[in-house]
Write a protein that binds this ligand. Structure first.
Ligand SMILES: Cc1cc2nc3c(=O)[nH]c(=O)nc-3n(C[C@H](O)[C@H](O)[C@H](O)COP(=O)(O)OP(=O)(O)OC[C@H]3O[C@@H](n4cnc5c(N)ncnc54)[C@H](O)[C@@H]3O)c2cc1C
Length: 178
C-alpha cells in the first residue's frame, strides 16, 4: 500500500490473529505470524512505536548485564541479539559495549565476569585500560577493569516499520489511530 494511510476498508477478508498494540512486540509478532502463513491485523490506538518502544534507551542487549542474576535471560538476550543482527541489520548501529569495574564493585563479581559470560554464551574480551581511556577521555581513571561485549544501538522506528512492511507483503495489516 503506498501514498495513503491504511484504514478499515483495507481489511483483508480473513484475519487469523488480532494484535492490540503496534510497538516492537506487536510488529515483531505480526511479521513472525505472517511468515508462518497466518494473516494478522494490528490495531494501534496511537502512532506506531509511540509507546515504550519509541521511548526506550535504544540498547540492543548482549545479555552481559544479566549474567550474575539471571543467566537464562542472558542466554536469551544473546540469542535475540544474533537474530536481530541477521534479520534487521539496517536498524542496528554496532557501537559495541564496555562494562567497567569501579573501585566499589565487589571483587568476586569482577573476577567471575568473564567466566559467567562464557557460561551464558556472551562474547566478552578484556579491554586494555590505556586504550579505553584514550577512546573515552572522560572515563573515571579509577576504573580498574573493563570488558567488551556485543551490545549495540537499535533504532526502534525502523525496526517496527521493517517488520510491518515484511508482514504486509504476506497479507497482514497494521492500522494506526484505531
Ligand atoms: C525507560 C525504559 C528503557 C528501556 N530500554 C530498553 C533498552 O535499552 N533495550 C531493550 O531491549 N529494552 C528496553 N526497554 C524495554 C522495551 O522498551 C520494551 O520491552 C518494549 O518497548 C515493549 O514493547 P511493546 O511493543 O510490548 O510495548 P509498547 O511499545 O509500549 O507498545 C504497546 C502499544 O500498545 C498500544 N496500546 C495500548 N493499549 C491499546 C489499546 N487498548 N488499543 C490499541 N492500542 C493500544 C500503545 O499505544 C503502544 O503503542 C526499556 C523500557 C523502559 C520503560
Amino acid at each position: 500500500m503506498t501514498g495513503r494511510t491504511a484504514g478499515p476498508s483495507d481489511l483483508p477478508r480473513q484475519i487469523d490473529v488480532l494484535i492490540i498494540g503496534g510497538g516492537a512486540t506487536g510488529a515483531g509478532l505480526l511479521r513472525d505470524l505472517a511468515r508462518r502463513g497466518l494473516r494478522g491485523l494490528i490495531v494501534e490506538k496511537g502512532d506506531r512505536a509511540s509507546g515504550t518502544s519509541g521511548r526506550y534507551h535504544g540498547l540492543l542487549h548482549s545479555g552481559a548485564r544479566y549474567i550474575a542474576k539471571d543467566i537464562q535471560a542472558a542466554r536469551e538476550c544473546i540469542a535475540e541479539n544474533r537474530i536481530l543482527r541477521r534479520i534487521a541489520p539496517g536498524c542496528i548501529e554496532d557501537t559495541g559495549g564496555v562494562f567497567v569495574a569501579t573501585p566499589d564493585d565487589p571483587d568476586d563479581y569482577v573476577a567471575a565476569f568473564g567466566a559467567r559470560c562464557d557460561a551464558a554464551g556472551v562474547p566478552c574480551d578484556d579491554v586494555v585500560l590505556a586504550d579505553l581511556f584514550r577512546r573515552e577521555p572522560a572515563l573515571n581513571r579509577r576504573i580498574r577493569k573493563a570488558f567488551r561485549v556485543p551490545d549495540a544501538s537499535l533504532e526502534p522506528w525502523q525496526l517496527v516499520e521493517a517488520n510491518l512492511a515484511d508482514a504486509r507483503t504476506r497479507g497482514s495489516l497494521a492500522l494506526a489511530y484505531q
